[in-house]
Ligand binder design. Structure first.
Ligand SMILES: Cc1cc2nc3c(=O)[nH]c(=O)nc-3n(C[C@H](O)[C@H](O)[C@H](O)COP(=O)(O)OP(=O)(O)OC[C@H]3O[C@@H](n4cnc5c(N)ncnc54)[C@H](O)[C@@H]3O)c2cc1C
Length: 385
């Protein structure tokens, strides 16, 4: 590979890297090389059609696009239409199915009552008043939904997800546990929701289709970094601790394992997402992908389906880092790496792996767009265009 004259390299073809590359190509009319160590574009949003069933499957956990950010929605709609899918989640505990997030149907089903919104609010308030200053995840959750709903819907699921008793987790993790005292069972409040009509890989293909962008897959940054020209700007969306050779130590992550199955039946569970709140069931979720594209009627009505079991896992070297463990210690460590990054004007670190944040896709895109704007403004200010 010849990198002579290369001015910009974007490491990572996920949303953050792809959006940043598209902006560089379109706004600055610069030539960009985008590399990814994987054999596909799209990062963790990558979707692939299962050849045997024709069903499009999200390879790194299900991805539902949702946002209230008008600029982000307008941006993605320049590249793809969306199908208007609205996410609903069900959770199973001891053979009983509840609706999530906790809403009036969940509350009434759990208490076997027929409360009105005002009555449900009063019931939750009584529970809230029992805990004044929640000191951990468990106390915080109980202070929001009460011990009964917490024990049935949250405790075991969280234990499996984080691999520890929720009493050991900080209350911030659950700061925004959504609770509704109406029957709205849409998982998100956002104004704009859906799945790209041509799937995520179709959408990424269009974002990266700019004539100034070259994409090279199966290319690890660490294998080519010594061949890059000295003044090449590196836009890096991989792990920040590895970038700095773990000099301050490694950041903690949670990982996932997936197990796939095909069935010769038209519908496995009647919904895209089923969560599992029993401790003796080792997985936390089953995804059934055909439900994301009901507009693909032939495939949706076919007598075949694909499901995926999601198992939470401790993160070890070589596994995918999925969820940052944003406790005080790790955030402090991350801040040290950021200090290193800002020292070098030729490096921009972004994306979920660089920023050590759990961001939904819309926040990832928003951050890439904002970082690009900061970048060009500073660049023009410095007069080095
Ligand atoms: C299980 C799960 C489910 C999710 N579901 C949703 C959802 O329903 N809705 C939603 O809005 N968001 C969801 N998200 C969040 C979404 O996945 C992220 O917002 C998005 O993927 C972040 O994009 P990114 O570009 O920052 O990172 P990534 O998508 O991870 O892209 C980073 C890329 O960099 C590449 N890379 C890393 N190191 C190197 C290297 N050394 N050399 C070359 N390439 C490298 C990687 O291979 C990867 O392709 C979910 C996240 C998870 C973990």
């Amino acid at each position: 590979m010849n990198f002579g004259g290369l001015k910009y390299i974007v490491v990572g073809a996920g949303f953050w890297g792809s959006v940043f590359a598209e902006r560089l190509a379109s706004v600055l009319n610069e030539k960009i090389l985008v590399i990814d160590k994987r054999n596909h574009i799209g990062g963790n949003c990558y979707s692939k059609t299962d050849k045997k069933t024709g069903i499009e499957c999200h390879q790194y956990g299900c991805h539902i696009f949702h946002t209230s950010l008008k600029n982000v929605w307008d941006y993605v709609n320049r590249f793809s239409e969306f199908n208007g899918y609205k996410h609903k989640v069900l959770i199973l505990n001891k053979n009983k199915v509840y609706s999530m997030p906790v809403n009036l149907a969940t509350i009434n089903s759990y208490y076997n009552l027929n409360l009105t919104p005002v009555e449900a609010e009063a019931l939750l308030k009584k529970e809230k008043d029992k805990i004044k200053n929640p000191k951990n995840f468990e106390e915080k959750a109980i202070s929001i939904i009460g011990s009964g709903l917490y024990g049935t819907l949250i405790k075991n699921y969280t234990t499996k997800q984080w691999g520890t008793d929720p009493k050991n987790l900080s209350p911030e993790i659950i700061a925004r546990l959504p609770v509704r005292t109406n029957y709205n069972d849409n998982y998100y409040y956002d104004m704009y929701q859906g799945i790209p009509i041509e799937g995520y890989t179709g959408l990424f293909g269009k974002i990266l289709a700019h004539k100034n962008i070259t994409v090279k897959l199966n290319t690890d940054y660490y294998e080519i970094k010594n061949m890059l020209p000295k003044d090449c700007k590196i836009i890096f969306t991989g792990m920040i601790d590895k970038f700095f050779d773990y000099k301050h130590g490694g950041l903690a992550w949670r990982s996932l394992k997936f197990k796939w199955k095909r069935y010769n039946r038209s519908d496995f569970q009647g919904n895209a997402a089923m969560h599992f709140a029993d401790l003796d069931i080792p997985y936390t979720r089953i995804h059934e992908f055909k439900h994301y594209h009901t507009e693909r009627t032939k495939i949706f009505e076919s007598k075949k389906t694909v499901i995926c079991y999601e198992y939470p896992a401790d993160y070890k070297n070589g596994m995918e880092p999925y969820y940052p463990v944003n406790d005080k210690e790790n955030n402090y460590l991350h801040a040290k790496y950021i200090k290193e990054a800002v020292k070098n004007r030729n490096i921009i670190i972004g994306g979920r792996l660089g920023s050590y944040q759990y961001w939904d896709m819309d926040k990832t895109i928003e951050n890439a767009l904002n970082t690009f704007n900061d970048f060009i403004n500073k660049k023009y200010m410095l007069g080095n265009k």
